[in-house]
Write a protein that binds this ligand. Structure first.
Ligand SMILES: [Zn+2]
Length: 366
């Protein structure tokens, strides 16, 4: 089998991984359990889909047959994807998986289980999953993903072959955005820089006008806060409102299960929907705080005379006008305060209160 037949060569900025997986498929030496580790948006899911396609296709991933087409679309009946319902993969989800695992492949040569975030397995679900992972049927392969291996139960890690995905280099993202999305050089470089190696996020900036509008407003809020702010309460309420809208859009895109769907399970579905909503809101708040942090980092760079270090290049003019040489330390402290607030998002906190506390802190600092 020629390596070029598989879609691994289309993985962007992951040449080493692509070569390794293509060789394993070509030599029929794939592992029964892979652990794909690396930051978000670095192509783990795309690689998992391609590998699953290669395992299910009679020709090792021809890319043309019905099986390959379905695998790439994510609609192949023998490829099952297990994703967190909100913050966690529940033990119910794993029990359902364990029940179906012994079914023979319906169409292809294999059944592939893709677990999109192994760090979301709680202790109980992880142990239930481990049983299946230890003694899977011959025809089952696992592709498990996580940001880092140390976030996953060691007994799971030890049963997998780890494949590491690095952040996509900014220059590679930049080139991709210019080539595929026809972005200007400045915007391509800006999106590459602010997405920090997350190719999927950088692409979202090109595709999603709403995302661009939110970033614009977040940058305005950052400038507003730098000048003393137009009232922490108003700003916190506005940011929460925007996060709520982003969450609604995400839910609509995910085509949520309608309410009142069956008796016993409807409570669970509602809880799952609630968890998903909270997770989506936290993701958007993280984007807001990330934007804010990058603004103050850029202000620090500008004030220190290091303009070449600015990542929000489309705001170069505003940054230069705003940044005062004498206030480098203040800007740095502001960036640190935002970073601290961002770390808190991982905990179970009142999000609006946390924002409010941050805005008050920024008033003190600046
Ligand atoms: Zn095929």
């Amino acid at each position: 089998l020629a390596g070029s037949q598989t879609g691994f060569t289309q993985l962007i900025g992951q040449e080493r991984v692509a070569k390794m997986l293509a060789a394993a498929v070509a030599n029929q030496a794939t592992s029964h359990a892979y652990l794909f580790t690396g930051p978000d948006g670095t192509g783990k899911m795309e690689a998992a889909r391609e590998l699953a396609a290669a395992l299910c296709c009679a020709e090792g991933g021809c890319g043309r047959c019905d099986s390959c087409v379905k695998a790439r679309r994510g609609t192949h009946p023998d490829i099952e994807t297990v994703s967190p319902a909100g913050a966690f993969i529940t033990v119910d989800q794993i029990r359902e998986l364990n029940r179906s695992i012994n079914l023979f492949p319906g169409e292809g040569r294999a059944r592939v289980i893709i677990v999109t975030d192994a760090a979301a397995l709680g202790a109980e679900s992880a142990n239930a999953f481990l049983k299946t992972l230890e003694e899977p049927p011959e025809f089952v392969s696992f592709i498990i993903m996580a940001r880092r291996a140390d976030l996953v139960l060691p007994t799971i890690v030890s049963r997998c072959q780890e494949v590491r995905f690095g952040p996509v280099p900014p220059a590679v993202i930049e080139e991709h955005l210019v080539g595929e999305y026809d972005e200007s050089a400045t915007m391509a470089r800006t999106y590459a820089a602010i997405s920090g190696g997350n190719l999927a996020l950088a692409e979202s900036f090109c595709r999603d006008a709403e995302l661009r509008l939110r970033r614009k407003r977040y940058m305005e809020i950052a400038q507003d806060l730098t000048r003393g702010g137009s009232g922490p309460h108003l700003l916190a309420a506005e940011v929460m409102d925007m996060a709520g809208k982003a969450e609604e859009a995400e839910a609509a895109a995910a085509d949520e299960v309608p309410e009142g769907f069956g008796g016993a399970s409807s409570g669970r579905k509602r809880r799952d929907a609630h968890r998903r909503a909270t997770a989506a809101r936290k993701r958007e708040l993280d984007r807001f705080l990330g934007t804010l942090q990058s603004w103050f980092r850029d202000m620090t760079a500008c004030a220190a005379g290091a303009r070449e270090a600015v990542i929000n290049m489309d705001y170069a003019l505003e940054l230069e006008q705003e940044a005062l040489e004498s206030r480098v330390a203040e800007y740095r402290r502001a960036a640190e305060a935002v970073a601290a607030a961002r770390r808190q998002l991982g905990y179970n906190i009142d999000l609006e209160l946390a924002l409010l506390a941050l805005f008050h802190r920024l008033q003190e600092v600046l």
